[in-house]
Design a protein around this ligand. Sequence first.
Ligand code: GDP
Ligand code: MG
Length: 200
Amino acid sequence: MAAKEKVKVICLGDSAVGKSKLVERYLKDNYKPQQLSTYALTLFKHVDTVDDRQVELELWDTAGQERFQSMHSAYYHGAQACILVFDVSRKITYKNLTSWYKELRKYRPKIPVICVANKIDKDPDMAGKSFKFATANNIEMFFASAADGSNVVKIFREAIRLALHYKENTEEYEDHVLEELRLHSPDENDFDYEPEAEDS
Ligand SMILES: Nc1nc2c(ncn2[C@@H]2O[C@H](COP(=O)(O)OP(=O)(O)O)[C@@H](O)[C@H]2O)c(=O)[nH]1
Ligand SMILES: [Mg+2]
């Protein structure tokens, strides 16, 4: 049998929009988080079948750091797709998509993004509405409910599909160069874990 393809997909969005619930819904019985406390993230490995191909998914979920409106660069490193979530019942989480998207693009300029309007069970009238953020950035948009499971599996499979597509159509050296450029351009907004570096 051919070796399994591997993809890394990351979840982004404000605190309490339902990222972890969506992941949990998707993984169901396989929900075994590996907490990496250093980076404030949770990592899941899961094998899924998409278009008759077995894919080893590495799914990254935040574990609190998103409260600071920014993630460590390691979170973005090597990601091939991003699921960007907001809560339809809290407008601010929609507004903040812009800053999440900006940070994502700083590290991963070209990876595919899926925008998820979650908690649609709370406000079914929102379903079908078009959201400027998604149309303006030409991002695929899904309405979901982690509570009742609507669209959840579909979203993750679509993310895997897009990640595979990205992997197959982006030369590895190009990806590498983009990341190197990023790593070597200092940015004052970079999060630094060294407490010594804080005051100057
Ligand atoms: N009604 C409803 N509540 C949800 C949904 N998804 C998540 N929640 C609730 O929202 C809260 C935050 O969810 P969580 O997954 O921890 O959000 P995270 O911080 O983005 O990971 C929890 O109380 C969830 O039960 C949903 O689709 N519908
Ligand atoms: Mg969470």
